[in-house]
Design a protein. Structure first.
Ligand SMILES: Nc1ncnc2c1ncn2[C@@H]1O[C@H](COP(=O)(O)OP(=O)(O)OP(=O)(O)O)[C@@H](O)[C@H]1O
Ligand SMILES: [Mg+2]
Length: 408
């Protein structure tokens, strides 16, 4: 619809921000045809895209950006011929010795080592915090999920990666109950919740953020957090509120205390009285995150926590998420496009493509798999990188023993 509205005005320059976000490959192909038609009719098009496949299939010229600067530019053919370079930019810090423009000192990525040790009995003997078994969802002819099985142990941080339209958000919708899978089961702490509504799952300790943070723009940060807590506090009889009985006053005091705690945990003190509409995207994401953890959930699903925020905020976000995860000792499942960020955060990665799990394991294992490189960069990219070279670069970037931080 947004694209159609832009087409109507027959612009001489069309700016498109993320054409393929959340769309099926079939639909993206149709939209690309429309873009090509417009270009042939004389409109210049500037397309911002996370999907390299999509960008090189339509563009004449490609600029690859990272951390606020252009790291490489060239014709689409030149970009297609340098999958090694693209992959190293995807992994951000692995761009060592690969001829990438820019003078940033190379650093390596450290794997997150949980500070809170798992409780004495091995987590392997215990019930999984989250279990998805053989879940399938189709929308019309599109198979958004096909027989997906996934597990997360108590206190584990699982990263979910995959190109646009791979089914990541649909997976979260199935876990949280916003979409019912046509086949398969979901269990939280061993309890089958497949037929439960989202609110019931949330009362069992499930928290979730949305890809587009859903906040009331007319509320202040403080009030947003108070509203988030409201659902979990028994307000009793409304008469208590009307008469301002002591029980009501006590409840309000407890909410205020908890809101203050959250504001401190997320460093939101300067924004407590500001309206959500006045906040930057990064700060709004923090408020959104604070509402998700307000009721101390044991399982937290985060859909693209780093999207739309500046690079230095992404780094702060990784530290914060780790701090919050340790604070709650919760299980985190994090969907992310920023592979370097999620590799640093997660204990384990699960890679999706076209509705199925294509790889899982430690970040270094998953990122070195040919299927994963291909899903992001297109067919044969892995062969052109050369598996040995890719493995060396990725291994150096993600092995905990080689991390810059652990050597300090
Ligand atoms: N409500 C819906 N109706 C129809 N199709 C849908 C719906 N939700 C998702 N889809 C389709 O299901 C597929 C998976 O979408 P999903 O949003 O889960 O992908 P994603 O991996 O989260 O993508 P992105 O990285 O762009 O957010 C896509 O082909 C999408 O077009
Ligand atoms: Mg999504």
């Amino acid at each position: 619809m947004a694209l159609a509205m832009a087409f109507v005005t027959a612009p001489s320059l069309l700016l498109i921000d993320e054409l393929s976000l959340g769309l099926s490959p079939m639909l993206v192909e149709q939209l690309l045809d429309s873009v090509r038609t417009m270009r042939d009719a004389g409109t210049s098009v500037l397309l911002v895209e996370q999907s390299v496949n999509v960008a090189v299939s339509v563009a004449d010229r490609v600029y690859v950006m990272d951390s606020g600067s252009i790291r490489f530019s060239g014709s689409a053919v030149e970009v297609r011929d340098r999958p090694d370079l693209l992959w190293s930019i995807y992994l951000r810090h692995a761009a060592v010795g690969m001829g990438v423009e820019g003078d940033r000192a190379p650093t390596t990525v450290a794997l997150a080592v949980p500070a809170v040790a798992a409780p004495a009995d091995s987590s392997r003997d215990r019930v999984a915090a989250l279990e998805v078994f053989e879940a399938s969802v189709s929308f019309g002819g599109v198979n958004a999920l096909e027989g997906v099985t996934l597990e997360a142990a108590p206190g584990e941080v699982v990263g979910v990666i995959g190109p646009n339209g791979a089914g990541k958000t649909t997976l979260f919708d199935v876990i949280s109950g916003f979409t019912h899978a046509q086949r398969g089961r979901v269990a939280l702490d061993g309890a089958d919740v497949t037929s439960m509504a989202p609110a019931a799952r949330s009362r069992l300790g499930l928290g979730r953020s949305f890809q587009d943070s859903r906040l009331f723009s007319g509320l202040s940060t403080h009030d947003t957090l108070a509203v988030a807590l409201e659902r979990f506090i028994d307000m009793g009889d409304p008469i208590n509120a009307v008469l301002r009985l002591p029980v009501m006053v006590d409840t309000e005091a407890a909410v205020r205390l908890r809101v203050d705690e959250l504001i401190e945990l997320f460093g939101l003190q300067p924004f407590a009285g500001k309206f959500v509409s006045e906040l930057s995207t990064g700060t709004r994401r923090l408020v959104d995150l604070a509402t998700v953890v307000a009721h101390a959930p044991r399982i937290v699903l985060l859909d693209e926590p780093s999207s739309g925020i500046a690079q230095r905020e992404v780094e702060a976000m990784a530290d914060l998420l780790r701090r919050v995860q340790r604070h709650l000792f919760a299980t985190f499942v994090v969907v992310e496009h920023d592979i370097a960020f999620v590799s640093e955060l997660a204990d384990r990665l699960v890679a999706f493509d076209r509705g199925s799990v294509i790889a899982e394991g430690s970040p270094s294992e998953v990122l070195a798999r040919p299927e994963v490189v291909e899903a992001f960069l297109g067919r044969d990219a892995f062969a052109r990188i050369g598996s040995g070279k890719a493995l060396t670069a990725l291994g150096a970037a993600t092995e905990p023993g080689h991390s810059a931080k652990s050597e300090q």
